[in-house]
Design a binder for this molecule. Structure first.
Ligand SMILES: *Cc1c(COP(=O)(O)O)cnc(C)c1O
Length: 379
């Protein structure tokens, strides 16, 4: 048990939830002594493809998934990709890894999701794609975003790292649209320890991704599924060492099995937060429909918050760990662009954001304790 300085139980911001089944599955892979990409990876891809109703390809991380998706669309040097500034730096780095330029866009003040009308103002002749980020698991006006992309002939690469399991009108994110990228890092809605996947029905993107994740070695995926290797091969495109291992896939298979229960737990806890916080004069939860959204994090806006660090320190003294998602990318040295249009909504929203604890092993009592302490500190 992790202890806070005051020796009461620490309510963690996020954590993996690993049971006996995951441990047993990993031991199975270790016993079989085939740790690399093989049968378990193929099984996880089949299970995920069934889950989404579309082909899923597994890779080593969510960042790798986004990087490969952008590359597979033929986007690279000289091209631009529209992306909200309020995202993890992974989205930006994955775009710039291809040589393309991430163009920071503003967000909707209510949903904290990409505002496609703002993105439209940033279009140039070099714009090739738009990357909505499903912040906290929400998707907002995805229909409007797709219509915008269609009008301008843009690819849509969804950074769905927060939205594994989220639905739109009953259909799972990834099961419709152009390309969706998921992360299976340790604290996401479902984990492999590390990992990610690309989901699409675009055969060209699938073929390019299959090779590019294995250093560009053509048709190496099929060989590895059956425990073989390619000794004679050709390489025609830039590739990366981004494949998934059997150890990771074995964890993922068990997590996917447990996913319906884990998703319902996240939804129940987020609803409990909503019940306790909606109506407060200064604390504003994001508007999310938890019958459709499977939340990865639970950020709130705290109006007039002057010193977030001090608030976080006081909460930690009371045994509550909090987080900040995310430092806007347009403020980072690498991605700063002095000629860019301003991002007023992101600039005024970010200082008011605070992420409260949310993970599968949290209890409703924990949620209640977080809200009692937070409300006592925010008069
Ligand atoms: C986690 C995350 C990623 C990257 O996934 P990794 O598996 O950590 O590489 C990308 N975008 C967002 C918004 C994320 O939260």
């Amino acid at each position: 048990m992790t202890q806070s300085p005051g020796s009461q139980k620490l309510i963690r911001l996020s954590k993996s939830s690993i049971g006996a089944a995951e441990k047993h599955a990993v031991m199975g892979v270790l016993d079989r002594e085939y740790l690399g990409m093989g049968a378990e990876v193929q099984q996880l891809e089949l299970a995920l493809s069934h889950f989404f109703g579309r082909t899923a390809l597994c890779v080593s991380s969510g960042t790798a998934a986004v990087h490969l998706a952008v590359q597979a669309c033929g986007i690279g040097s000289g091209d631009e990709v529209l992306v909200p500034s309020l995202t993890y730096v992974a989205s930006f780095q994955a775009i710039s890894a291809t040589g393309a330029r991430p163009v920071a866009c503003d967000i909707d003040p209510q949903t904290c999701l990409l505002d496609w009308k703002d993105a439209e103002r940033r279009l140039t002749a070099r714009t090739k794609a738009v990357m909505p980020v499903h912040y906290s698991g929400g998707i907002g006006d995805l229909d409007g975003l797709y219509a915008f992309a269609r009008r301008h002939g843009l690819r849509v690469i969804e950074d769905a790292a927060h939205a594994f399991g989220t639905r739109q009108r009953g259909e799972r994110v990834g099961g419709f649209g152009d390309i969706a990228c998921f992360s299976f890092d340790g604290i996401k809605n479902m984990t492999c320890g590390e990992g990610g996947c690309i989901v699409t029905n675009d055969e060209v993107v699938l073929r390019r991704t299959q090779d590019a994740r294995l250093l560009g070695v053509e048709k190496d995926s099929e060989k590895r599924y059956s425990g073989q290797r390619s000794w004679e091969f050709d390489v025609t495109a830039q590739g990366w060492r981004y494949h998934m291992s059997n150890i990771m896939a074995a964890i993922g298979l068990e997590q996917l099995e447990r996913f319906p229960v884990m998703a319902a737990t996240r939804q129940r806890l987020a609803r409990r937060y909503d019940e306790l916080l909606i109506g407060h004069l200064r604390i504003f939860p994001l508007p999310r429909d938890y019958s459709q959204v499977v939340p990865h994090i639970y950020p709130v806006r705290i109006r007039g918050m002057l010193d977030r660090k001090a608030l976080q320190a006081k909460l930690l003294e009371r045994g509550i760990q909090t987080g900040v998602h995310y430092q806007p990318n347009h403020d980072l040295t690498l991605f700063r662009d002095p000629d860019a249009l301003p991002l007023p909504v992101t600039d005024r929203t970010f200082p008011e954001l605070l992420t409260l604890p949310l993970h599968v092993d949290l209890t409703e009592k924990d949620v209640e304790a977080v809200c009692v302490h937070l409300k006592a500190l925010i008069q």
